[in-house]
Write a protein that binds this ligand. Structure first.
Ligand code: SAM
Ligand code: DTB
Ligand code: SF4
Length: 358
């Protein structure tokens, strides 16, 4: 098996829904075998799959804004915004629409193509919906894609957001089903899956991933990817966060994640969900340039830009621009967001870097 790229190429072709018309249902065993393989084999396979679907030198840029910060009734043990932990964060009310739009305009002028708005809620209340709808309509009118993360949604709420024109909804499964109760007790793993299904049924694109560094083991990481890849359709975006330890939360002293293990996670996500945007999400301030470069090589093709995530730091824009220049990476432009069949065919036909696929 070692060093037999032909065999690997065939295995990949077989698992590619675009090539043979079948959708691979992942078993935990097959996914674990991918994750466990020698790093060079895993990276080669991930980069090869990446090149079948995306331009490897383009990265999608999203900008985050916390539209309602803190005071959240949920007990997510990593989160600065839970009212169950004392992280020193003061709670605020839902932001006014005009303020959100002013921030969004600034982000657009700085090059962001997707605007993600997050609220520290268990789920949105009926009274909040008109303001949320106005935010979606306003951001879309600025020419950006919209994303929201507001907690759990039912079918009616999802339909309202779809009607307003929402492009993406972020709702993470966070970890494996087995490890989940060690991290969150106020909402179940099954409820998370129900929200993802309501969002999908409403025709909104799903953004769902998780966090590394919650005290989980490698099998939990693999199982999380299996759940995501086997959803009725894999999420369009898969954020992989590295825990930002927050003082005052139960995970403030959690052991840091090994950088190579994190890179393995990105590579395995790329192979299992070849058409998804895999986002190198929270935790980049603690990552070296070299680690981020390995994540991009492993198939990450999306990041959050701007110096704040929701409540915690993200790299300064200048340092990201320097990193992009060093790596020869370019921001993805809006029309490149969806994997493009014509481009993919051209890559398969012409790119000397992927000869095994011809
Ligand atoms: N309240 C909404 C919800 O949880 O559905 C949306 C906001 S929530 C902050 C979005 C996601 O951010 C979480 O699901 C988690 O994966 C990630 N996140 C939150 N705090 C984090 C931290 N300290 N480090 C890394 N990721 C974090
Ligand atoms: C996601 O997976 N990561 C983003 C976004 N979805 C909403 C949030 C990261 C939050 C990091 C901690 C903070 O800023 O409070
Ligand atoms: Fe609330 Fe979301 Fe934080 Fe959980 S992750 S405590 S639901 S804001």
């Amino acid at each position: 098996m070692l060093g037999n790229p032909q065999a690997k190429g065939e295995a990949m072709l077989h698992s590619d829904p675009n090539i043979d018309g079948h959708r691979q249902i992942w078993t935990a065993k097959a996914a674990r075998a991918l994750f466990d393989q020698p790093l060079m084999d895993l990276l080669f396979q991930a980069q090869t799959v990446h090149r079948q679907h995306f331009d490897p030198n383009r990265v999608q840029l999203s900008r985050l804004l916390s539209i309602k910060t803190g005071g959240c009734p949920e007990d997510c043990s990593y989160c600065s915004q839970s009212s169950r932990h004392d992280s020193g964060l003061s709670a605020s009310k839902l932001m006014e629409v005009q303020r959100v739009l002013a921030e969004a305009r600034r982000a657009r002028d700085a090059g962001a193509t997707r605007y993600c708005m997050g609220a520290a809620w268990r789920s949105p209340k009926a009274r909040d919906m008109p303001q949320i709808v106005a935010m979606i309509e306003g951001v879309k009118a600025l020419g950006m894609e919209t994303c929201m993360t507001l907690g759990m949604l039912d079918a009616d709420q999802s339909a309202q957001l779809a009607e307003a024109g929402l492009d993406y909804y972020n709702h993470n499964i966070d970890t494996s089903e087995a490890h989940y109760p060690n991290v969150i007790t106020t909402r179940t793993f099954a409820e998370r899956i129900d929200t993802l299904e309501a969002v999908r049924q409403a025709g909104i694109k799903v953004c769902s991933g998780g966090i590394l560094g919650l005290g989980e083991g490698r099998q939990d990481r693999v199982d999380m990817l299996v759940t995501l890849a086997n959803l009725p359709s894999p999420p369009d975006s898969v954020p992989i966060n590295m825990l930002i330890p927050v003082e005052g939360t139960p995970l403030e002293n959690a052991a840091p994640v090994d950088p190579i293990e994190f890179v393995r996670m990105i590579a395995t996500a790329r192979i299992m969900m070849p058409q998804s945007h895999v986002r190198l999400s929270a935790g980049r301030t603690a990552m070296s340039d070299e680690m981020q470069a390995m994540c991009f090589f492993a198939g990450a093709n999306s990041i959050f830009v701007g110096d704040t995530l929701l409540t915690k730091d993200n790299p300064e824009e200048e340092s990201d621009m320097r990193l992009f220049a060093k790596l020869g990476l370019q921001p993805m432009v809006a029309h490149e967001h969806a994997p493009d069949e014509a481009r993919r065919a051209a890559l398969l036909a012409d790119d000397p870097a992927i000869p095994i696929l011809r």
